[in-house]
Design a protein around this ligand. Structure first.
Ligand code: NAD
Length: 252
């Protein structure tokens, strides 16, 4: 089945962009959803959309770079929604800096959020899922972890996303014994607040459109089906996989 009826999902970065779109799709498939995001984020539209599907939703303010905050977020989600069954880790950051000018602090900050943050999120989620007899996790990697678009000037981001895909494979091998599946998706260029930056906008409009066989960037909702598939019982034999969702960008 592709349904997740009465499951409990946690989505980090769930207030915006791809995380928000997947959170709403989780509710459409029958799941209750805990949205984890920074205190400064506005999750109200996403919460409303989940509740419109007749499912329970809760916003939990937490920073994915804190092990304590992620452990507390999982406890709180389980306390109000029930045992955790699925998780999507979409919290991430990006910005443009030429590699020759990049400071160690800039490089490490991106790794701290995009790699350590995914690791700490998975760890807190898997500890709960192990108690619950299993579960499924999808992490947000990127085609930027497969190919490097020179004009994007994000060597730290590109390498962090390669790490996310391989981290997901490593966790899949270790946690299969607990009935926990871990996969990643690698979106192509997607219209979200992350890409709503001047330096990205022109690249999106020209190079991406020209180099994408489907001829356009993705809508965030186009990441929901692939993520939901990997979270659902229909993907019961998928673990350690990375699903590329890029309109053909890396195919030619
Ligand atoms: P977005 O900026 O719209 O959303 C990211 C969310 O993560 C935001 O709500 C932000 O508040 C949250 N966040 C950032 N740091 C956090 C932290 N320390 N703790 C908790 N939450 C934090 O971005 P998006 O475009 O929806 O991207 C979502 C994921 O998909 C990211 O991991 C991104 O790298 C990946 N991705 C995006 C694209 C794209 O083209 N947009 C392509 C490939 C992969």
């Amino acid at each position: 089945s592709f349904r997740l009826d009465d499951g409990v999902a946690m989505v980090t970065g769930g207030a915006s962009g791809i995380g928000s779109a997947i959170a709403i799709a989780l509710a459409e498939m029958g799941s209750h959803v805990a949205l984890v995001d920074l205190p400064s984020s506005d999750a109200s539209a996403t919460l409303k959309a989940i509740e419109a599907e007749g499912r329970s939703a809760e916003f939990i303010a937490a920073d994915v770079t804190s092990a304590e905050q992620m452990e507390a977020a999982v406890r709180r989600a389980e306390g109000s929604l029930g045992p955790l069954t699925t998780a999507v880790n979409s919290a991430g950051i990006a910005h443009a800096v030429p590699a020759e000018d990049m400071t160690a602090e800039q490089f490490e900050r991106v790794f701290r959020v995009n790699v350590t943050g995914v690791f700490l999120s998975c760890q807190a989620q898997a500890r709960a899922m192990r108690e619950n007899g299993g579960g499924a996790i999808v992490n947000l990697a990127s085609i930027s972890g497969i190919v490097s678009h020179r004009e994007m000037l994000q060597s730290h981001y590109n390498s962090s996303k390669a790490a996310v895909a391989h981290l997901s494979k490593s966790l899949a091998t270790e946690w299969a014994q607990y009935g926990i599946r871990v996969n990643s998706i690698s979106p192509g260029f997607t219209r979200t607040p992350m890409n709503d930056r001047a330096e990205v906008a022109s690249i999106l409009d020209e190079a991406v459109t020209r180099n994408t066989p489907l001829g356009r960037p993705a809508d965030p909702f186009e990441m929901a089906g692939p993520a939901l598939f990997l979270l659902s019982p229909a993907a019961s034999f998928c673990t350690g996989a990375d699903l590329v969702v890029d309109g053909g960008f890396t195919a030619w």
